[in-house]
Write a protein that binds this ligand. Structure first.
Ligand SMILES: Cc1ncc(COP(=O)(O)O)c(C=O)c1O
Length: 393
């Protein structure tokens, strides 16, 4: 394959690319260079929440007539529109947005804002989770990163799942020292194969963080914009974070953009302290894509939520009936779905075989497979993809 040969020569990657050259996306399907059609149960890992090739959105983006580029220091109407929109739809007192290029930068800004606001430099996060690939984001991610990079931020405490009353007790012990800047986590942890915290855990950490002056950062880069059956996964728990990180499905795949939305007070502490600058943060065309995409999601919110919850039930029902070789733990919140096995390597085999047979999803840590289908996917396509998956077992 010519593309693969050239890729291997010129692209830096951790692993060689998969033998899958994508040339087209449409609805809930991807097409490879040989013309083969795949059911997409991954949507770029929570990027294409409303399916690929949405005509309404593509048309509006193609009609964009604004400036090619705007310096971050200048005024630009669409930035104001997007920021106001985010303030309106996010929970609690979240109001001011920092302009980022993607999820990693959104997390990086959140960590800096927490340090700036609290004048503290330690963090709590969830063991094994993923928040991006910068030094800061890796510091609050899985401890495995420390094997390769010895000098990540030293003071990051990792709490192990399950996230229940016991885990909240551990967090309370740490918070009592009054030196933790922030607790950062995904409200439903997609990067752990859809780990779902208990309601008790979430309401206690909200209470405890406030009590000890620690900020609560919800990383909704993967869970945002309807993935778990609510617009934001924080809503399942009624929590009001001080900072929220957004990216991925904020544009639905029609542009690269991230946002860190904070309360007025947190944003204020960045004003004369660290501040943040990103040349391509909220690039005009990406901003346009985000506005059009979010408006589409808000207009169809009820239908999307209904379909997400119905299809979630259908996935769980079908997956529970499948005859896996080893006992499977199935976890789902909306259309964030994880299937975990104790047997290492089994999930990978299923993913590889399914890909060969025309359905795409991903594995995690050699023991989990995850599915993040589009929120408006139809029952027929779900059944088709799951039939293929079942035949691969
Ligand atoms: C929860 C979470 N946070 C942050 C990131 C980093 O986002 P990006 O790849 O846009 O930098 C990811 C990416 O997968 C993610 O899943």
């Amino acid at each position: 394959m010519k593309t693969k040969k050239t890729d291997l020569k010129f692209l830096a990657r951790d692993l060689p690319p998969e033998d899958l050259e994508i040339v087209k996306s449409e609805g809930y399907f991807l097409f490879d260079s040989k013309g083969k059609k795949y059911v997409d149960f991954l949507m770029g890992w929570c990027v294409g929440n409303i399916g690929w090739g949405n005509k309404e959105i593509k048309k509006k983006i193609s009609q964009y007539k604004g400036p090619d580029y705007v310096r971050p220091e200048y005024l630009y109407k669409s930035w104001v529109e997007l920021a106001e929109l985010l303030a309106k739809i996010t929970p609690g007192k979240l109001q001011k947005s920092f302009r980022a290029t993607g999820g990693t930068e959104a997390v990086e800004i959140a960590l800096q804002a927490a340090m700036s606001h609290t004048k503290r430099y330690k963090f709590i996060s969830i063991e094994g989770s993923y928040h991006g690939h910068s030094i800061g984001a890796m510091s609050v991610g899985s401890s495995d990163f420390r094997g390769w990079y010895k000098n990540l931020l030293p003071d990051c405490h990792k709490i192990k799942a399950p996230l229940d009353g016991k885990a909240a007790d551990q967090i309370e012990e740490l918070l009592k020292q009054s030196d933790i800047a922030a607790l950062i986590m995904e409200p439903i942890i997609c990067s752990l194969g859809v780990e779902i915290p208990t309601k008790e855990f979430m309401s206690r950490i909200q209470f405890l963080c406030r009590k000890y002056g620690t900020l609560l950062i919800m990383d909704e880069v993967a869970t945002g914009f309807g993935r778990t059956g609510k617009l934001f996964a924080s809503e399942h728990f009624g929590i009001e974070p001080d900072i929220m990180c957004l990216a991925k499905s904020i544009t639905g795949g029609y542009g690269g953009l991230g946002a860190t939305i904070t309360t007025e007070e947190v944003a204020k502490s960045m004003e004369f302290d660290f501040s943040f600058y990103s040349t391509y943060g909220w690039y005009p065309l990406s901003t346009e894509a985000a506005i059009v995409n979010i408006k589409y999601i808000m207009k169809h919110k009820k239908q999307l939520e209904k379909n997400t919850n119905e299809m979630s039930k259908f996935f769980v029902e079908r997956l529970s009936q499948m005859k896996f070789k080893f006992p499977a733990k199935i976890r789902a919140k909306g259309l964030a779905i994880g299937v975990e096995f104790d047997q290492l390597g089994y999930a990978n085999k299923i993913v590889a075989k399914a890909q060969k047979n025309g359905v795409l999803f991903s594995q995690l840590n050699n023991k989990i497979f995850v599915l993040f289908p589009a929120l408006n996917i139809d029952r027929k396509t779900v059944a088709k993809g799951l039939d293929i998956l079942e035949k691969c077992l």
